[in-house]
Design a protein around this ligand. Structure first.
Ligand SMILES: [Zn+2]
Length: 129
C-alpha cells in the first residue's frame, strides 16, 4: 500500500493512490496509509526508522516512550490491545500504526491509551477540537 524509500528513493515515499484516498475517506477506520508512511518519514529524519523520532521526541521522553511501546506491544501480542496487530511488528511500525490511530480517532485513542496519547500529543503538538 505504501513504503518509504531507501537509496535513490531516500526521503521519498510511494503510496497507492486508492489506499491514500481510502484512508481519508473512511473516518471511522483507524488506518490511514498516508499518515502511516509520513510518520515513517518523520521517524527516518534522524537517520533511523526505529520508532524514536528524535526530531520531535525530547530526550527525557525516550526511555518512557520505549517502555510504553514495549508494554503495549506485549498487550497486542496477548490480544489485550485494540491497536492494530501490525504495530507489534517493531517499534517503528508501532509508532506509525499508533500515529494513524492518534490522528484518525483522537478522542477514542485518548480514552483507551491516555499515556500514549499524552506522549504523541507532546510529539506532534496537536490541538484537537
Ligand atoms: Zn510501516
Amino acid at each position: 500500500m505504501g513504503q518509504v524509500g531507501w537509496g535513490v528513493m531516500n526521503r521519498k515515499m510511494i503510496l497507492s493512490k486508492s489506499a491514500l484516498h481510502e484512508g481519508f475517506e473512511n473516518e471511522y477506520s483507524e488506518s490511514n496509509v498516508g499518515i502511516h508512511e509520513f510518520v515513517h518519514l518523520i521517524d527516518k529524519s534522524d537517520g533511523a526508522v526505529d520508532g524514536l523520532p528524535e526530531v520531535i521526541l525530547q530526550k527525557q521522553y525516550v526511555i518512557p516512550w520505549l517502555k510504553m511501546i514495549h508494554q503495549e506491544i506485549g498487550k497486542i501480542k496477548k490480544n489485550h490491545s485494540d491497536i492494530y496487530p501490525y504495530g507489534s511488528f517493531s517499534e517503528a511500525e508501532f509508532f506509525s500504526v499508533v500515529a494513524e490511530y492518534f490522528f484518525k480517532q483522537p478522542k477514542h485513542f485518548e480514552k483507551k491509551h491516555p499515556e500514549l496519547f499524552w506522549m504523541m500529543d507532546k510529539m506532534f503538538h496537536c490541538q484537537h477540537q
